[in-house]
Design a binder for this molecule. Sequence first.
Ligand code: DI6
Ligand code: FE
Length: 397
Amino acid sequence: MLFTNAQIATLKSDDSFGLIAQGAIAVDGEKIAWVGPAHDVPQEYSGGETHDLGGRLVTPALIDCHSHIVFGGNRATEFELRLNGASYEELARAGGGIVSTVTATRAASPEALLADALTRVDAMIAEGVSLIEIKSGYGLDTETELKMLRAARQIALERPVDVKTSFLGAHAVPVEFKDVPDRYIDEVCIPTLRAAHAEGLVDAVDGFCEGIAFDTAQISRVFDVAVALDLPVKLHAEQLSNIGGTQLAAKYGALSADHVEYATGSDAQAMATAGTVAVVLPGAFYTLRETQAPPIQAFRDHGVAMAVATDCNPGSSPLASALLAMNMACTLFRMTPLETLLGMTAHAATALGVQDRGRIVVGARADLCVWDAAHPAELAYRIGFNPLHSRIFKGSL
Ligand code: DI6
Ligand code: FE
């Protein structure tokens, strides 16, 4: 199949959009077989099925590398309480926050959990997302963590989208273990990780390293099990304070450290050495009215790859728009439109340990977006417009 008459942002390297003005892309099965100027299309690709893209912009399909899109209920009441002055941490310590979503998620039937998540997944797909990372972490008991992860796997069967799962048993301390978080880690979190892994439900292991969640010693115990199971790790680190999560993530060679508002220059250095991606989550920064932005310039200076994600969740980031996350990363964090597009494509793939997509190069998965736009900077620029014309998933329109 040949797609022609396209303005292609290949993102073939990190230093530019890699634009090809009058371009064509040949697809063989699920993969990109050739990309280049339309007048150079090799003979072997010019005879088959051809789609004229009308001069539209083509980019790699978007990848949301950090979401909690499977959950029960919502937290609109908590939103009102925060607007009246309560802080996210106060609400968490008072048994609200993540723990209130745990109650709703435990109560939800598998069917309802899936149906609810699909409404948000559909919004993502409509904006060109083809791969979504989905975390557990609102079960905090074996049965519900498995229920969440099965729902996440089911999403990839119900919709034309790929899913990568992350086990986030170390997300919060459930009420039944309120004052004994270490017992929760040993008696529930780690055995549940083993059970979920045995069922093939885990692609990576995540944790929430924070004053209101788990410290580095507790996260280390979970990560040691991940290493033993040969699973990659990633970490919610330095979101509300700096307690050493980024350094810990780097020590374990984590795929990514996420949020990272309170990370320092030396944290950036450690991430660079470990090849750990910095995943910035401007939806949470915005919703919590955070004032400390992540150290974007330090990440640039140290050569840390940056990804951008929605963090779609009912508390700190009720956001199901990848494009708005890109816009926020520009406006709130001063990232460039190129950095945010790389952050929702190539670098998001790296943050998930996926090598074969996120750039329009020969051999990559033919997951593409066709946009009613003339230049790729337009994707991060507008607010509340969806310029997606069509999406190509696994080589099919
Ligand atoms: N940080 C976040 O932003 C989400 N989880 C986390 O560890 C928020 C989860 C929530 O508030 O429900
Ligand atoms: Fe998160």
